[in-house]
Design a protein around this ligand. Sequence first.
Ligand SMILES: C[S@@+](CC[C@H](N)C(=O)[O-])C[C@H]1O[C@@H](n2cnc3c(N)ncnc32)[C@H](O)[C@@H]1O
Length: 528
Amino acid sequence: MAQEDLRICLPPLAQDDQFYTEKKRLSDSRGLRYEFMLPVSLSSDEITKVFNQIIHTARLIHMDEIELYFVEDEEFGPFSPRNEIGSLNLILRKIDCLLRTASQQAIQVLQDLRSITLLKLSSVGTNSEAVDQMVIDESLNNTEEDNILLTWAENNGVRSRLNIARFKGAGRGLIASDDLSVGDVALEIPESLIISEDLIVGSDMYNAIKDLEIMTSDTMLTLWTMQERFKPDSKFKIYFDTLSDNFFTGLSFGIEALAALEGTLLFEELMQYKEHLRQQYDMLFPMLFSDYPDIFKKEIYTWDRFLWACELFYSNSMKVVFTDGKLKTCLLPVAGLLNHSLCPHILHYGRVDPTTRSLKFPLSRPCERGQQCYLSYGSYSSSHLLTFYGFIPKGYNYYDFIPLDFDAADGDSSAKSQHMVRRTQLSKSNGSHTYGLPYKLIVHLRNALSCADLTDSASDGKETDREVLEAILSIFNPMLEELGPSDGPAWESSSWDVKLALEFKELQRIIISSVVASCNSGLELLQL
Ligand SMILES: C[S@@+](CC[C@H](N)C(=O)[O-])C[C@H]1O[C@@H](n2cnc3c(N)ncnc32)[C@H](O)[C@@H]1O
């Protein structure tokens, strides 16, 4: 009966989504729906079929720029752990909403759909390629410092179902103290314990520097932190005391590590960021020393301490939307101990709940007791994570790509067309159609080289494709040469920064070699 049909609606593509046009094109070409009618008499097989249709739409809604670039026409996902977790959580929210008012018969169908969704969620990340496998360093666990921090946090209103543990190569992290399910709040930080620009307003420092043209709220917070860190009566003393004396990010790379990166894009980027920070410091000091000697003490505001504070904010801060609607950079005691994963447990956070006036960290996929609970810092490439966080995630990072800028086909050099490649063996399409390389890149080059279209006759297409593959090789072979041979196991004994630089170079080598290998096997195919 019609009145017993269940209606599940996914949100239509948002017109203000910056990728609306591309998503709409894909959605139309795939005939995706946003409304699903489920008769309550559906069998389990039929429910699974409907679930598959719903997840295809949810995945498209959640696609980001990189996923949209690399998607093949016949590819329906999963596209990345982040996309999958976001999509399954959207479906779960819709089901839970309907369950509140569902009839007895409808409840059964919704429960079946919910079980399928939860099953899928628990299987995300079981493929080891996608997951960071960190090893607990038992020798360093249960330190007095960790207990003091957790007790202080609890006394100040933090609610946590997580404990501190130490991990080889990653420092501290948080592990589940009991089995946590999807939707459970793993951690809740009261607004009063969030360190943001709001703490500075009204202070002497604030009144002195707020009108300076070069001052931003982030810079003010950095300067405040440099001082607050050493105040014996600071409300946050226990938190500051647990912070590391050094952050070991790419911004602290020494000369040898930078030299090891020469020839990579990252080398240029690191040099620019370092230069930018130095310029920022030079604009502030000695000017603030002479204008406000009572507030800015020379021994506190040294270059090394400024760099320390910048690295603290880059690697430990989060952007939070407060109840006044403002987005602010914040330091969050305890939450700042969550490590990053390509396959995170916590994906949706960052908005202060107006009812509880707290920031909650709910789980988007289950986390068993004793397992590390991971956050997603964002869809970041390894070069970004190395620069600002000082690590390269283990496993396949979907956001590691090498950008390629081509002049527009009409010769207008001001109009660039942005393309990219990533490790090709993970391309879903390894047939001769695109040789395992991104479809959009191949089409662009086919058009640029001789306007051959994808459905042209075999012989013409072959000649164009040969030129396309040779053009790609002419870009990537020199890159591979520039990187030189693999550095071998000797780097294991190098200093932390050289090790990280060489690890990054090895990652670049893997991506570039895979592109070269795809081109070469494509050329062989074309000779057949
Ligand atoms: C927000 S803090 C997390 C807590 C930190 N591990 C600690 O001991 O204070 C971010 C820092 O943790 C480390 N980290 C986070 N995720 C990591 C990962 N997946 N692998 C290695 N290190 C990681 C990096 O040093 C990064 O700069």
